[in-house]
Write a protein that binds this ligand. Sequence first.
Ligand code: ATP
Ligand code: MN
Length: 464
Amino acid sequence: MIRNHQYVRHLLTLSPGAPATAHGWVKTRRDSKGVIFIQINDGSCFADLQIVFEAGSIPEEVLSKVTTGACVCVSGAMVASPGKGQSVELRGEALELLGAAPPETYPLQKKKHTLETLREFGHFRTRSNTFGAVFRVRNALSFAIHRFFQENGFLYVHTPILTTSDAEGAGAMFQVTTLDLMNLPRKPQSSAIDFSTDFFSHPAYLTVSGQLEAEIFALAFTNVYTFGPTFRAENSNTPRHLAEFWMIEPEMAFCDLDGNQELAEAFLKYLITYLMDHCRQDLEFFNQRYEPNLLATLDNVASSEFARIPYSEAVRILEQSGRPWEFPVYWGADLQSEHERYLTEVTFRKPVIVTGYPKSIKAFYMRANDDGRTVRAMDVLAPGIGEIIGGSQREERLDVLREKIREHNLPEEHYWWYLDLRRHGSAPHAGFGLGFERLMMYVTGMKNIRDVIPFPRTPGHAEF
Ligand code: ATP
Ligand code: MN
């Protein structure tokens, strides 16, 4: 370790008699029968450390400030704990108050708060049981993602966040400019804005996806992945959409749609197994507090084969369901959340991969099938969430790709380098995008995407 710091996680594994120094934030304090009990947490694990002092051993003017939220440093020795819930506790000898948290103003007192209230205190919600668990899982999941790809020989590539290609129409984009908004330069004899004087001499945006750039790397490094922030200016106030979210995008050369599905399934199973092995306490908490079927569902996903069905079959199932759909179902319609959830929650009761969507509802770069009306697209649907992964085999044939760019009414000149990749050393390749926060919702059972990202950005909200 870099610094000789004793985390609570580590202290809780020590044997009685071991000297210990603990740092953390007070969860609760109570004084009972001549003993002072202080619970602290330092974020290193779900469990709090119980600290006991003899009454009178802490000066009253200090003790009165040891309230919920205060930061303390306590040294003493570990002893066997007679109380239930922990096998050892810290017998305090000296307490230093590092930072008081006056109860009149500290917003997170002991009583339970709703997740909505906690969101307003984004600078303190991190100290609650729920968000402690959420962000430990988020950390472990990030690590597991890198580990999976690194173990499988994938190259990690950083695709740009600022982009001048209004590329693939994945979603509405945030424009980035240094132009004076009060005094926009205009083109001569026209009301059009003259972007030649803007920072990049061109309109610029925050990226909605790193896929197209990842393809450049796949066609040189074979297997690559991105894991970074993406932005969508979609004005959809749903529990599943953020304006800023993180995406994982693997891209594989010499890979078709079958290989893509195999990777998606193996990847999700690996991540869930990793969390079950490394975040057990946190997952048990989610299971007990938020989603009673969580552990069973995760076990099920890790051990069962994902269902795989063609889009046409999905449409047939939905048409025959007898449900009164809000959005009509017919061949050619995009699947809406209600349809996706029906397939995965009612029909199959496990993750489902739907492939072969109509070309009219999918992006231009997806590989055309020989039937002339479908493309090699795949969506992975998960119970409780709907789509968590969207991917495809990419069109590697120059003539077909140019035709599709025309069909989608996109300007060919914007895609000059993308087309160039098909002119020089083209190869079959495939990949997908996984919304990191959607996955976080899935593995924690949290129902609102705002509660699985440290600082949510949604229409009208970008605090902290
Ligand atoms: P949706 O239909 O749910 O809006 P999408 O079709 O726009 O999703 P893609 O463009 O395929 O999604 O993006 C890839 C993945 O990124 C999705 O499968 C999803 O997991 C995630 N994702 C997309 N939009 C958002 C968002 N606004 N906030 C969080 N995650 C998102
Ligand atoms: Mn969308």
